[in-house]
Design a protein around this ligand. Structure first.
Ligand code: GRF
Length: 221
């Protein structure tokens, strides 16, 4: 895991299933990957994702928000655990707690989140339901630096998928999730290796990021 001596030390925050955590763990297992996961924190004791961390031999801690008097106290416990693990970057991966300005500032430009829509469209919960209800033809996912306002902050990377006429929120969520599992490791690679960083509330890149073919939905005939 993160065989490079200069690999960035990553803490991952989860609340549930942990499939994005699993994708990051797999990526960090590649010898040339520029990041290693040193700590996984779940605010829920029953989060399935804790199992992925433990199977991989990664330190996993439950910091249950319900055990703290208020949000700042909960967040102080998370920052203390991250600091003890010498974490340099934090990845939110299905972490379902709002964060205060204090926590966001502590990890400013060093905290990433993944959201299942093409931000800034469809912030918040139930993005797939709203995409279907609107008849949107293309959706996807976004990795961005965390700011106090939910699902905002400089965008690092996005991936698009076509929405099928037959899609339900469930089938669309599954298709987007597969892409999330490729996008998050890619975005973390860019940030951890120093090839992407924040300047003036935008992410800037060390070099051209390449342009794939356009996605048409419905497809051109
Ligand atoms: C993902 O869809 C992610 O984009 C969103 O919450 C979900 C977490 O899934 N923020 P998992 O816990 O990584 O499987």
């Amino acid at each position: 895991m993160g065989a490079l001596s200069e690999a960035r030390r990553i803490g991952v925050l989860i609340s549930g299933r942990g499939s994005n955590l699993r994708a990051l763990i797999e990526a960090a297992g590649r010898p040339s990957y520029p990041a290693e996961i040193v700590l996984v924190i779940s605010n829920r004791p029953d989060a399935a994702g804790l199992g992925f961390a433990r199977e991989a031999g990664i330190a996993a801690r439950v910091i249950d928000h319900k055990a703290f008097a208020d949000r700042p106290a909960f967040e102080r416990a998370m920052t203390a655990a991250l600091e003890k693990a010498d974490a340099e970057l934090v990845c939110n991966a299905g972490f379902r707690r709002l964060l205060t300005a204090t926590f966001v500032e502590r990890w400013r430009d060093r905290q990433l989140n993944i959201h299942p829509s093409l931000l800034p469209a469809y912030k918040g919960l139930h993005s797939h339901e709203r995409v279907i209800a609107d008849g949107t033809r293309i959706s996807g996912c976004t990795v961005h630096f965390v700011r106090e306002e939910m699902d905002s902050g400089p965008i690092v990377a996005q991936a698009a998928v076509a929405v099928e006429p037959s899609d339900t929120a469930g089938t669309l969520a599954a298709r987007v999730l597969e892409v999330e599992h490729r996008l998050y490791p890619h975005a973390l690679d860019l940030v951890a290796s120093g090839r992407a960083w924040v300047e003036g509330e935008r992410t800037v890149f060390a070099r051209s990021t390449g342009a794939a073919a356009p996605l048409f939905s419905p497809e051109l005939e």
